[in-house]
Design a protein around this ligand. Structure first.
Ligand code: TYM
Length: 354
């Protein structure tokens, strides 16, 4: 096992409204982890400009994600909450990782292919190098665990590849600088500088799907607002969207195996399970044999009662931007202390004069 102190890092982009997928797949897990781990949660504003350079109001988007973190229950005093661009180490380490990672690795990223679309030549260089910045976010703090939704799995594999290549390519320099730590890499234990990060992708809501199409992920960028539940939706909107959600004509099965081939039913049951912190099997033992006309109102009520306190608190916090800004500044200062130490070590390992 690695000898790194356990540390959790994760990030959310300040682009568009947060939705139920972000909440169940990521933010709620951030909250749970803070009970047992040291956590750093970041609003990744440098990532936000990779797909679209000019944003109408990036500042209010950054505040809104921060408000969601706090409203969901993240404690910014015991842990660290900040926006990425405040800590210059992210961009500096990403540059070094751009020289570690290979272009072929980046070209294989499905998210790059999806976001760049047909006109790949015209995508920003930042969009191609995005996973290298993401690896820098995590490894700047030598984080060992990263809670994310399923869509980030490939990026986290690439983060591991970057750490492995850095540890291997610089193994002698790491030893000479006296900054190494035993790292388990496959069968071998080597003297490395970066941990081989573990993704935390678990539970019934790692991939919340669109309410309109069970084959598509719930996403900020879907043109149909009916496809997602936003964290800014009120009770009526939430209930209406669940009522209009696509389903099939059959009753719910009594066991999870009966959800195979029923993507929309599977998704709604998964949402119910995640919101009520139960397993899908448990939810189906209650609702098996019942129709959607009974299940949907129960789901709407559960969604409204679970999300209501969070959205209410978000609105209250957003009315006090000075408080949010102070949280981000304090978090940024504390993040920077850790980041500066890493950058001093990395510069020594790479061989820069400092
Ligand atoms: P982003 O901003 O797209 O999403 C934030 C988090 O929400 C999860 N998520 C979902 N989970 C379940 N179902 C869905 N439909 C769904 N949609 C989104 C995402 O998996 C993510 O955990 N590249 C990252 C941000 C990032 C990051 C990092 C994450 C930058 N640096 C370092 C972890 C560590 C992103 O774009 O997430």
């Amino acid at each position: 096992m690695s000898a790194f102190a356990p540390r959790v890092f994760s990030g959310v982009q300040p682009t568009g409204n947060l939705h139920l997928g972000n909440y169940l797949g990521a933010i709620r897990k951030f909250v749970a982890l803070q009970e047992s781990q040291d956590c750093i949660y970041c609003v990744v504003d440098l990532h936000a400009i990779t797909a679209q350079l000019v944003h109408e109001d990036l500042k209010s988007q950054i505040r809104s994600i921060t408000a969601a973190f706090l409203a969901a229950g993240i404690d910014p005093k015991r842990h660290i909450v900040f926006n990425q661009s405040r800590v210059s180490g992210h961009a500096e380490l990403a540059w070094i990782f751009n020289c570690v990672a290979r272009i072929g690795w980046m070209n294989r990223m499905t998210q790059f292919k999806e976001k760049a679309g047909k006109d790949r030549e015209n995508a920003s260089l930042g969009l191609l190098a995005y996973p290298s910045l993401m690896a820098a976010d995590i490894l700047l703090y030598r984080a060992t665990h990263v809670p994310v939704g399923d869509d980030q799995k490939q990026h986290l594999e690439l983060t591991r590849d970057i750490a492995i290549k850095f540890n291997n390519d610089f193994s002698e320099r790491i030893a000479a600088a006296g900054v190494g730590t035993p790292v388990q890499m496959g069968e071998e234990t080597v003297n490395g500088y970066f941990p081989i990060t573990e993704p935390l992708i678990e539970g019934p809501a790692t991939r919340v799907m669109s309410l309109k199409d069970g084959a598509k992920k719930m996403s900020k960028s879907d043109p149909s607002d009916l496809s997602r539940i936003n964290l800014t939706d009120d009770a009526d909107q939430i209930a209406r969207k669940i009522k209009k959600a696509k389903t099939d004509p059959d009753a719910l099965p009594s066991e999870p195996a009966g959800l195979a081939g029923r993507a929309e039913a599977d998704n709604l049951v998964g949402i119910f399970a995640a919101l009520s912190e139960r397993s899908k099997a448990d939810v189906l033992s209650e609702f098996g044999g019942r129709n959607f006309s009974e299940f949907k109102p129960a789901l709407a009520e559960l969604a409204v009662t679970s999300l209501g306190p969070v959205t209410g608190e978000m609105r209250r916090l957003l009315a006090e931007p000075a408080h949010i800004d102070a949280v981000l500044k304090d978090g940024g200062d504390r993040a920077n202390e850790i980041a500066e130490q890493t950058m001093r070590d990395v510069k020594e390992i790479v061989g820069f004069l400092q």
